[in-house]
Design a protein around this ligand. Structure first.
Ligand code: GRF
Length: 198
């Protein structure tokens, strides 16, 4: 009587291809009472992605949609779309998902797909971002959570976290420090989006 009715949490689909440490950071955040989202399904395009184990350990439903088992990209994406439709999804979080989605797919979810990228976009799009930042002589790098649009790594930025690049950094040492920031950034970005109308 008289209490506030609980606010509906955002339903997340997390798409992965591998290790899933960002997935883990979202799983951990969802364990916090006031976190405004819950993971409804984890979708992997790789059967052996370690992130699937993380999802199982957290009792989150998983689906594997393998590109190799589909005749073409359209069939692959249709399988993902129908999986998304079978859960109550508000937001797709790409977390180390190593496939480029078509503009048709993105258009059907535009404004409701986000990604994390290990550089300070618009610098160093694509792969090998740590090497690129060091080779460019940058003094700082970091990570970016951004909306996904048809242009790879080009959507509007939701938030960034910075780290200094140290004189003796290698791509591996830099990646390690950026990853720590990624794990803070992704849950924070989801909190921000929960306050907007998706
Ligand atoms: C992260 O560095 C992320 O920024 C990039 O892919 C990596 C995925 O790592 N998009 P994990 O699978 O979340 O551990």
């Amino acid at each position: 009587m008289g209490g506030l009715s609980p606010v509906k949490k955002l339903g997340l689909a997390v798409l992965i291809s591998g290790r899933g440490s960002n997935l883990q950071s979202i799983i951990d955040a969802c364990g916090i009472n006031d976190f405004p989202a819950e993971i409804k399904v984890v979708i992997s395009d790789k059967v052996d992605a370690f992130g699937l184990t993380r999802a199982h350990n957290a009792s989150i439903p998983t689906r594997i949609v393998s590109r190799e088992e589909c005749a073409n990209k359209a069939e692959f994406e249709n399988k993902i779309l129908s999986t998304l439709n079978s859960f109550d999804i508000d937001l797709i979080c790409l977390a180390g998902f190593m496939r480029i989605l078509s503009s048709d797919f993105i258009t059907s979810w535009v404004g409701r797909i986000i990604n994390i990228h290990p550089s300070l976009l618009p610098k160093h799009k694509g792969l090998n971002t740590y090497e690129k930042a060091i080779e460019a002589g940058d003094t700082e790098s970091g990570c970016t959570v951004h909306y996904v649009t048809a242009g790879v790594d080009e959507g509007d930025i939701i938030l960034q976290k910075k780290v200094l690049i140290l004189p003796n950094d290698t791509p591996d040492t830099l990646a390690e420090r950026i990853l720590i920031q990624e794990h803070i950034a992704y849950p924070e970005a989801i909190r921000i989006l929960s306050q907007t109308k998706l």
